[in-house]
Write a protein that binds this ligand. Structure first.
Ligand code: UN1
Length: 508
């Protein structure tokens, strides 16, 4: 009982209790195991959540599919207005949601608020799309013929999200999925079930007041086997998965085996390149945010740093100085810019990696230790490391930055591209030739290629995602909406003849 940390006012505002059902197929319920949500800053329990059983997965997908049959014939601009209302409801609860994200994930309040803002901004994108989602008219090679291309709803979209963006990633996916006429079945990371619950309640409040079934936004809290069941289910037309490359590889195969679609947002191993001619102060600030923000637990976190030989010493001096100023503490306190890691396994991974670094001959320039105390705090860390070392090729989801010196741009690009992941990359330079070389076809091989902007902190208006082991998916802005649609191609004959394509003569 007294293991529970009380946040009554906040919970009341968000409709959360001490004991919660984490499953909704239109009705709240759940017959899987009960789990506990924990605050990583204190190590205390926030609430309990009943998770989904196999039977719950089955009934939620069934209900979501039925609801989609109704939803797909609602005019797209009307669907857009529903998504807009979700955005309005989120605006009202922004601070409360951000506090809950901060409590359950451990990220600082400013970043948690940014996450809610990403969802809100996505609802604006969806509203605009609802009036402008373009199809195409294409010229036919045949007389009195016309070719049309339309984008129709896909069906039921499974969304599996990670702990580090427990709210925004659902926002990117669901805003587009809903406006495109789909239902959504959400399997959040087990350890961020409360954020998923609060978010779903807000979405449901909008659906209910507009008389749409809440099974359009089904929720299945649970562990990996729930995600596996969703991924393998033939009734789920698209599985959008955000998480590790190891799990993503399995999800991809499960979905592909049954010819389901898959959208993968997997690991990153993102590098920043600092050229001799860079604005050093700007680069230090950018790289600090990108390497230390969210305690190094973004998929876009800067994990590798390549500094040109002429400025290496001075740059590293400035950067380590900036690391020394980082205020570690309770993520809800103003002034804290760096909170705890999310869970115990993240802390032990950090420790193991530090040991491996020492064995591999890495030199610790800052940090490297676990901070004593009840919360899961570790020091933000910079290590000078041979960039070809095995450990640097992996994504360790912790605030460890590997730094190395390079001679020229081509060496830096080669290093940038030498890892299996391909999410985000960045160059700091004032040389236009270096800039265009880096963003060109012989430059960075990542999905995100920034200039004088670090690797993390992407805006939702652009397509978000990466190549190689990052999985190839694109979410959020640009034309990412197309992945939540099926394309239909129609050839119309408005003449009296039947000319055949390719001029084929077929007389009988
Ligand atoms: C993630 O780390 O999973 O670009 C997503 C960023 C954020 C999204 C990161 N807008 O850092």
């Amino acid at each position: 009982e007294d293991e529970f940390e009380l946040h009554k006012e906040l919970f009341d505002e968000l409709g959360i209790k001490k004991e919660n059902s984490g499953v909704c197929n239109g009705e709240w319920g759940g017959s899987g195991p009960v789990i506990y949500s924990m605050n990583p800053s204190t190590g205390k329990i926030l609430a309990s959540i009943t998770t989904a059983s196999k039977a719950d997965v089955d009934s939620a997908i069934d209900a979501a599919r039925k609801a989609q049959h109704l939803w797909r014939s609602v005019p797209t601009p009307v669907r857009g207005h529903i998504v807009r209302e979700i955005g309005e409801a989120l605006r009202e609860k922004k601070l409360a949601l951000a506090k809950l994200i901060s409590l359950e994930v451990g990220k600082i309040l400013a970043e948690a608020e940014g996450e809610v803002q990403e969802f809100i901004d996505m609802t604006d994108i969806a509203l605009g799309l609802s009036r402008s989602m373009p199809g195409q008219v294409l010229p036919s090679e045949r007389s009195k013929h016309l070719i049309l291309e339309q984008w129709h709803p896909l069906g039921c979209v499974g969304v599996i999200t990670a702990f580090n963006f427990p709210h925004a990633v659902y926002g990117w996916n669901s805003s587009l999925a809903f406006v495109c006429g789909n239902s959504v079945v959400w399997k959040p990371a087990l350890s961020t079930s409360l954020v998923a619950l609060a978010t779903t309640k807000i979405v449901h409040s909008v659906l209910e007041r507009n008389n749409y079934p809440t099974s359009l936004a089904a929720l299945l809290c649970g562990a990996g086997e729930v995600g596996e069941a969703v991924s393998k289910d033939r009734r789920v037309d698209l599985v959008s998965f955000t998480g590790s490359t190891a799990i993503g590889r399995k999800v991809g195969v499960w979905a592909q085996e049954r010819f389901g679609r898959v959208l993968l947002e997997l690991g990153g191993n993102n590098a920043c390149i600092v050229m001799d001619d860079a604005n050093i102060e700007l680069a230090v600030r950018g790289i600090l945010f990108s390497a230390v923000g969210t305690s190094g637990q973004r998929c876009t976190t800067t994990r590798r740093l390549f500094v040109q030989q002429g400025v290496y010493d001075i740059f590293m001096e400035h950067l380590t100085h900036a690391y020394k100023q980082v205020r570690i503490g309770n993520p809800l306190d103003k002034g804290t810019i760096y909170g705890p890691l999310h869970n115990h396994s993240a802390v032990s991974r950090f420790q193991k990696t530090m040991e491996e670094i020492k064995r591999a001959g890495g030199a610790i320039l800052h940090g490297g230790k676990v901070v004593d105390g009840p919360g899961l705090f570790v020091q933000p860390t910079i290590v000078r490391m041979d960039p070809t070392a095995e450990i640097v090729q992996r994504e360790t989801f912790a605030p460890i930055l590997y730094a190395a010196k390079f001679k020229d741009l081509s060496e830096a690009i080669q290093l940038n591209n030498a890892v299996p992941q391909g999410l985000s990359s960045s160059i700091f330079t004032s040389d236009v030739r270096a800039l265009f070389e880096f963003i060109g076809p012989n430059g960075s091989d990542c999905g995100i290629v920034n200039v004088n902007v670090p690797t993390s902190g992407a805006e939702v208006g652009a397509a978000f995602g990466g190549e190689k082991e990052t999985g190839g998916g694109r979410e959020a802005g640009s034309d990412a909406w197309k992945q939540y649609c099926r394309r239909s191609t129609t050839t119309i004959n408005f003449g009296d003849d039947l000319p055949l394509a390719q001029g084929i003569a077929f007389h009988h």
